[in-house]
Design a protein around this ligand. Structure first.
Ligand SMILES: NC(=O)c1ccc[n+]([C@@H]2O[C@H](COP(=O)([O-])OP(=O)(O)OC[C@H]3O[C@@H](n4cnc5c(N)ncnc54)[C@H](O)[C@@H]3O)[C@@H](O)[C@H]2O)c1
Length: 345
């Protein structure tokens, strides 16, 4: 079978991982690197691949689709350049830095009939698929409350890259967006948020910490606790084993509670009473066998099938924008010190 040709735009931290993932994906291959940085040109040459400084410089029919892994602030600009060439594009998260600009890209792509995906790769993780099945099968009953943690310590040199210190970056937009996307996937749509942020540690324009209350449309509640300056094990990054670059711990980062039981992730450990549903009865925990699979590879394979019109996007541009809407509400709530309700997109 002919492999689907995919270009990576932005060969930085995550772009290089996409390039590796494309090397392992079935049905897809890396076919070009687009990034004006000299290091990216060298990398492309060392791999024997075509290199271009921009999407506009790439001749027609060089690739079948694009993974856009550029800084957040130029996702829409890059996405529009791909749509103009009729190229399906998987946009790294956040899909855009605001819902307003996301809508410009969505509308352009929908008018041109070009598929858009958002790079919420965790949804492709078999652990999340296992958790989603348990929730859908009713094993925790009706969702009541969730708690999510994102505590870790980014090294000082992470902030040497200017865009990571500027509005449009920060752990809420860069990291929490993944957690919120999973909460939407596992628990339901978010109807309202309240949030408080702090910049007390680094004094950058972007936050060091944020605490959030979530209200879901189905009546469930949630809390999310975010900080990227605390040495701690409780984050998806340091518990899931998804990215081998991070040391893995055996801790939990999410707990999702329902009327029949509670689920601990990423271990996919289900807590239920053995007999009657009562605090007097013993609780037992069952842990599903740990499924494995690299979500970036699975995402690349899915993207190839979307390009070949074999399946619809699992996480479309619109879906990524819906997650961005929640993040935007978090930022607005922290800024205005108000509870923010979220309208249907
Ligand atoms: N899915 C994930 O888990 C994940 C992880 C990290 C980053 N990201 C997202 O990926 C994006 C990139 O983040 P990063 O940390 O890899 O950034 P980075 O700064 O390490 O890399 C960005 C790359 O884009 C290149 N670039 C800049 N302008 C460009 C342009 N106009 N055209 C082409 N290339 C250009 C830069 O030269 C650089 O190589 C961000 O949106 C970030 O939020 C996602």
């Amino acid at each position: 079978m002919e492999e689907t040709r995919i270009a990576v735009v932005g060969a930085g931290l995550i772009g290089l991982r996409h390039m590796e993932a494309l090397g392992q994906a079935r049905g897809a291959r890396l076919a070009a690197v687009i990034d004006p940085a000299p290091a990216a040109k060298d990398r492309a040459q060392s791999l024997g691949l075509p290199w271009f400084a921009s999407v506009a410089d790439m001749p027609p029919d060089t690739v079948d689709g694009v993974i856009l892994a550029t800084p957040n602030q130029i996702h829409v600009e890059g996405g529009l350049a791909c749509v103009a060439q009729g190229l399906p594009v998987l946009v790294e998260k956040p899909f855009a830095t605001s819902v307003e600009e996301a809508m410009v890209l969505l509308q352009a792509a929908e008018a041109a009939g070009v598929p858009l995906l958002t790079g919420h790769h965790r949804r492709y993780n078999p652990l999340i698929a296992a958790a989603k099945s348990l929730v859908t099968e009713g094993r925790i009953g009706r969702p009541v409350s969730v708690n999510g943690m994102f505590w870790l310590a980014k090294p000082d040199d992470y902030f040497d890259v200017a865009w990571r210190r500027q509005p449009g970056a920060g752990p809420v937009l860069v990291n929490l967006i993944h957690d919120i996307d999973l909460m939407r996937h596992l628990v339901g749509e978010v109807a309202a948020v309240q949030a408080v942020e702090s910049r007390a540690v680094r004094g950058n324009a972007v936050e060091d910490a944020c605490v959030i209350i979530l209200e879901f449309e189905n009546g469930a509640l949630g809390t999310m606790n975010v900080a990227d300056c605390i040495p701690a094990p409780w984050s998806w990054e340091l518990t899931s084993g998804e990215n081998p670059a991070y040391p893995q711990t055996d801790q939990a980062c999410y707990v999702i509670g329902g009327t029949e039981g509670a689920l601990e992730l990423p271990r996919v450990r289900l807590w239920r009473h053995e007999g009657k549903r009562s605090w007097w009865e013993p609780l037992s925990a069952t842990t599903a066998p740990r499924p494995s699979g690299d979500p970036l590879v699975l995402q690349a394979e899915h993207f190839a099938r979307v390009i070949q019109a074999q399946e619809p996007p699992l996480v479309s541009g619109r879906e990524g924008t819906r997650t961005l809407q929640v993040i935007e509400a978090v930022k607005a709530s922290a800024r205005d010190r108000q509870r923010i309700t979220i309208e249907t997109l």
